[in-house]
Design a protein around this ligand. Structure first.
Ligand code: SF4
Length: 399
């Protein structure tokens, strides 16, 4: 990187920071006397479930103090997403603490949890624990966590879901997916008993024909869709000229690039909600502001975002593990490694990445490090330096 580039990048970041602060204020001030009085959060139908959900939902894998939850609730962010595994159970406990303090809010909150258990008994046990931690008798939606193959949603899971619905413990059932999302979504649309899906979906993925077909099939099947990973791996990593130009133009309109990435996803009416991890009040405010702001993106904004996505594709793994993991005969969980690298490098969630690598047995780590990734790198549609990144991750977390 040249000195000139470093200087211009510094100036650029300073400018971006200043405009971010401005953008946090303006949407609230338009017609609002105080932060307590903001426009109503828009809602959308959640497929054909009969439920409407706010277009912004709170992702709960982080430490969420009651104050943040309270403010989110007041601003209409009443769809809360957690999981049995998040923060070793503490995420659910924090929401449970909130619901104990504000029990009257429960009926207005669309509460979602997930289970990673491999067996039906395991799912039942985790659901019971989740209900206990959350201080509630039911969850509005229960997800099987991180599905990578639709075959995981078999008849036994269907019977389990129907039983739990009949018992009043869950209202809706579905799955989350970060790997082979499009195939999972197309498969779910054919099943006829999946209520909802939360999938990776962002400005990098949404224009691909495969993803367009998957979203359309789910919409046709009445499945409620929630987008996650909408920042597409974060921002300001590569500092390309396109990125600088894009951010500059957006800032002139009062958006940050992060807000524009949310707006791009909301442009698809089949996406009911965006699940966003909002670790602090600034990000919560910025996202709420983006949800309330009615100014559309221009064709130029969209074009620059797409160009930026193309130029930085090697920074983003799109979860098509059927390509790389199949070529490696399943000997390395490449998609999971890339995703946890993203949690660390783009979101700063080191604990989450560390927990993943801690679960890899020592012998497996050695095998993964020793693999030859040359062939799969040639197959990777994103041109990711897979071998280099896998080894960097192992050095960082397993040394
Ligand atoms: S590393 Fe490449 S081939 Fe593998 S899942 Fe990611 S984008 Fe797809």
């Amino acid at each position: 990187m040249t000195k000139r580039h470093i200087l211009s990048r510094r100036a650029f970041l300073k400018k971006a920071g200043a405009a971010t602060a401005a953008s946090l204020v303006n949407p609230f001030q338009a017609g609002a006397a105080s932060l307590e009085q903001v426009d109503e959060m828009p809602t959308r139908p959640f497929g054909r479930t009969g439920v409407r959900v706010p277009i912004l939902s709170f992702g709960g894998s982080l430490n969420l103090p009651s104050l943040m939850l309270r403010q989110a609730f007041k601003w209409g962010v009443t769809y809360w997403d957690t999981a049995h595994s998040y923060m070793g159970g503490n995420s659910e406990k924090l929401i449970g603490k909130y619901l104990k303090k504000f029990p009257q809010d429960r009926r207005q909150i669309f509460l979602v949890t997930k289970s990673h258990a491999w067996t039906l008994d395991g799912m039942s046990d985790e659901l019971e624990q989740s209900l206990q931690r959350l201080n509630t008798d039911y969850v509005d939606l229960f997800f099987v966590h991180s599905v990578g193959d639709i075959a995981e949603l078999n008849d036994a899971k269907r019977a389990w879901a129907e039983k739990k619905k009949a018992e009043g413990k869950i209202r809706l059932f579905g799955f989350s997916t970060h790997r082979n999302m499009e195939a999972c979504m197309l498969g779910a649309a054919k099943l006829g008993w999946i209520d909802a899906i939360m999938m990776s979906y962002n400005f990098r993925l949404m224009h691909r024909d495969e993803m367009k077909r998957a979203v359309a099939a789910c919409a046709e099947a009445g499945i409620g869709l929630t987008a996650m990973k909408t920042q597409g791996g974060g921002s300001l990593k590569t500092g390309t000229r396109t990125e600088e130009e894009m951010v500059d133009r957006l800032l002139q309109k009062g958006f940050t690039d992060a807000q524009a990435k949310l707006k791009m996803v909301w442009e698809n009416p089949n996406i009911a909600s965006i699940c966003s991890e909002m670790p602090n009040m600034s990000i919560l405010m910025a996202n709420v502001a983006a949800a309330l702001n009615r100014t559309p993106l221009t064709s130029g904004d969209r074009r620059r975002l797409r160009r930026y996505a193309h130029e930085t594709r090697s920074d983003y793994c799109r979860g098509c593990t059927r390509i790389c993991e199949a070529a490696l005969n399943g000997r390395a969980p490449v998609g999971d490694i890339m995703r946890h690298l993203m949690y660390w490098r783009s979101y700063g969630e080191r604990h989450r990445a560390q927990a993943f690598f801690d679960r890899l047995p020592p012998g497996r780590r050695i095998e993964i490090a020793a693999l030859d990734y040359e062939v799969v790198e040639r197959l990777c549609p994103q041109q990711i330096a897979i071998g280099q990144l896998v080894r960097q991750a192992l050095n960082e977390f397993c040394a």
